[in-house]
Design a protein around this ligand. Structure first.
Ligand code: 3H9
Length: 689
């Protein structure tokens, strides 16, 4: 019928197969022949039932995201589902891989859904700043009940086939040849003569809905939305499914979808979707990756332990090396405790915990790293220590093993030079807690071999990380830009702002926390050590550290944390310290507004990002966005610092940076030429290639 949709017959059952690699997105070139096929089959007397299936690795993974923001070409998905629901013979969706977004909505247009045991089903539109716009918010609650639908739609997290069966989302789960089983299921529905009702007409799960419980749950979810519009719209639309007639609820869903898809937040989140996939692409498609069967991790502290867990979670056997038996036992015990917490929370089964722990082999002997294909060091952040470790690795590691450093600041070229095989050395900069945080900066040193780099990137994806390739400079992309933000945060305190005020501006912007809360959480001693190594100072943070106030771990930092609490409380001693330091420097405190805080903390970050692009430390502006969203909590609804710069306006940013440069003479405000070019052309893509 077309290259993208074909129809075959199995007796009286017609099988419509969508074949639009890689993920069978519902592009216009799929929708058009799909609609034609359904109309034909609906009216064909010899066809008693219809199965919709997909070729390739997955069922339909959603609408074609690249079409958003362009005029809609008819038939749209809603029109296709409307036709499906007029078909007076059993229709069955045969789901393998993932049925996501518009894909699941298409399946909800069928009378029945059957799934492969490995299938996953969900409505992840919220992650793109949207709500399901093909009837998902009004049909899903009719099958699984409003509360379950609310959770699925607001979280965007797919469920597996077993859960879908238990919830009533699918009617059967099969092992083996799914299409053959779906055909048999469809035939049974014909011969069994059981009544079948389109999902839009099934109201029994809604009839007894407890609206008060729904509203309570929705209010809790709304609290977590942090300024994002989509989760709120999702909840509202599911509520409409309970309170409004089907057609009215569907019409409001459409209105909300149109509003969101044209808004900045969804544009930002769609930008991030493609940016993450782009960041994992490196030139040289045909590079043969090295085989990684076993990973070695040196150092069983917080970072090393987290890295080791990240690999074990991805199914890799790990050799964990420490200098002493005690340190090793301590590290392994912490790992076991972390997994036990996951079991207690219900996010890991006891079996899976055991399987993961079985992947660990502890050692205090460098010789035990000889069978590792990748070895990552997470030892003390000091060049002499790193060089010594790499010298020892050089002696024991097998030929072509990848030797990686987890340094967050140090020169990877210098580390590589301490081995006889700099081509095998890369940076793999994990973020703490390494078993949780998604971002992985993969540092390409001057002599890193292309296949070593490509292997590190692919491995990162395999263990569920978001890799971004960066070049060598102090702090790479993330920490270098963080330094630009941090120095002004402290200057603002001396001029009259409070930590609470600055942090509030950040959380209002959409960050999970502000710079001072983050410093307290990470440990103020980390930045202190780094400043000392570079001969830099920060009057207030340095004094706090000298007095032993490192943040949460010592019970006080910029805030107080009483009795082990993690909730920051204002710290009058810090306020006094700020006043004293300001007086020492002859600074008279003044009132500081929100705009100024944003201009002096976030604009320099963008400026630094432009310098990073000029120096080719990052390949694309969108790579920088991926770093900041996944590693530092930059609000997803703003798309990352470089995307947000476009929304804010290059000219406005430059004007204010020039102003602050004139006033302070500070280098962080000296406008990068690339930022001026971006302001003139309106896009980073035009200037940073
Ligand atoms: C929606 O459905 C709205 C409706 O409610 C309303 C309509 C009216 N479109 O991720 P991968 C590309 S919103 C276009 O690396 P994996 C992707 O860019 C949609 N392209 O593979 C990549 O391209 P490239 C709701 C898409 O195996 C390639 O496919 N659905 C789409 O790691 C491979 O992707 C979603 O949000 C798309 N929908 O993961 C699901 N999806 O090779 C989004 C993927 O050029 N997709 N591409 O870089 C996913 O979550 C993952 O792609 C999936 C596969 C889990 C399916």
């Amino acid at each position: 019928m077309s290259n993208f949709v074909s129809v075959t017959r199995e007796g009286g059952v017609a099988v419509v197969t969508i074949d639009n690699p890689p993920v069978n997105a519902l592009s216009f070139h799929v929708r058009e022949p799909l609609m034609q096929a359904l109309v034909l089959l609906r009216d064909e007397p010899d066809v008693a039932a219809i199965v919709i299936a997909c070729a390739g690795r997955t069922f339909v993974a959603g609408a074609d995201i690249t079409e958003f923001g362009k005029p809609v070409q008819q038939p749209d998905l809603r029109a296709i589902i409307a036709v499906l629901e007029t078909i007076a013979k059993p229709t069955v969706a045969a789901i393998h891989g993932t049925a996501l977004g518009g894909g699941l909505e298409l399946a909800l247009g069928c009378h029945f859904r059957v799934a492969d045991t490995g299938a996953r089903l969900g409505l992840p539109e919220v992650k793109l700043g949207l709500l399901p716009g093909g009837g998902g918010t009004v049909r899903l609650p009719r099958l699984v009940g409003p509360l379950k639908a609310l959770n699925m739609i607001v979280s965007g997290t797919p469920i597996d086939a077993a859960e879908a069966l238990a919830a009533g989302l699918v009617d059967a789960v099969f092992d083996g040849d799914l299409v053959a089983q779906a055909v048999r299921f469809a035939s049974e529905m014909v011969t069994g003569g059981e009544p079948f009702t389109p999902v839009c007409d099934r109201n029994d799960r809604l009839a007894g809905a407890d609206l008060a419980a729904f509203d309570k749950q929705a209010a809790e979810l709304a609290k977590k939305a942090r300024g994002l519009e989509a989760p709120i719209a999702c909840a509202q639309s599911v509520r409409n499914a309970i309170t409004l007639p089907f057609d009215e609820a569907l019409a409001v869903e459409r209105e909300l979808f149109v509003k969101l898809v044209g808004g900045d937040q969804s544009r930002a989140q769609r930008h991030l979707f493609f940016a993450e996939r782009e960041a994992a692409k490196i030139p040289g498609k045909d590079i043969v990756r090295r085989r990684i069967a076993r990973v070695g991790v040196i150092g069983a502290g917080t970072m090393g332990g987290g890295i080791a867990m990240a690999f074990a979670n991805g199914g890799y056997p790990v050799t964990l090396l420490e200098t002493s038996r005690e340190a090793l036992e301590r590290g392994l015990a912490t790992i076991e405790k972390n997994y036990a917490v996951s079991v207690a929370r219900g996010s890991l089964s006891e079996d899976a915990k055991r399987q993961r722990l079985d992947l660990f082999k502890g050692s205090t002997d460098y010789g035990d790293l000889a069978d590792c294909d990748l070895i990552i060091e997470a030892v003390f952040e000091e060049m002499a220590v790193k060089r010594e470790v790499f010298g020892r690795l050089d002696a024991v590691a097998k030929s072509r093993a990848i030797l990686a450093t987890n340094t967050s600041y140090l020169d990877v070229n210098e580390i590589a030079a301490s081995t006889s095989r700099p081509q095998d050395v890369v940076g793999m900069h994990f973020f703490s807690p390494a078993n949780v945080m998604k971002l992985l900066e993969i540092v390409r040193a001057e002599r890193t071999a292309p296949d070593a780099l490509a292997t590190a990137v692919e491995l990162a994806r395999r263990i569920g990380k978001v890799p971004v390739v960066v070049g060598v400079c102090h702090g790479f992309v993330g920490n270098r830009m963080l330094a630009a933000r941090g120095s002004e945060s402290e200057a603002l305190l001396l001029e009259g702002a409070t930590p609470q005020q600055i942090d509030q501006v950040f959380t209002d912007f959409g960050w999970p926390m502000g710079p001072f809360q983050m410093g307290d959480l990470a440990g103020l001693d980390i930045g202190w050590r780094n400043r000392k190594a570079r001969g830099q100072t920060a009057a207030i943070a340095d004094t706090l550290c000298e007095q032993g106030h490192f943040g949460q771990k010592t019970g006080s930092g910029f805030y107080r944390y009483e009795n082990g609490s993690r909730t920051p409380a204002p710290n009058p001693e810090v306020e006094a310290l700020i006043r004293d330091k300001a007086a020492e420097k002859g600074i008279a405190p003044r009132a500081i507004g929100t705009e100024e805080i944003i201009e002096r903390t976030l604009y320099p970050m963008i400026n630094e990002g432009a310098k990073i692009l000029e120096e080719k430390i990052a390949a694309r502006a969108s790579d920088i966005d991926v770093v900041w969203v996944n590693g530092y909590g930059f609000p997803v609804g703003k798309g990352g610092p470089m995307f947000w710069a476009g929304l804010e306006g290059g000219d406005k940013i430059i004007g204010r940076l020039d102003h602050w440069h004139e006033r302070t003479g500070k280098d962080i405000f000296r406008v990068a030429p690339l930022l001026r070019q971006m302001a003139a052309s309106g896009s980073w893509e035009d200037v940073a290639s």
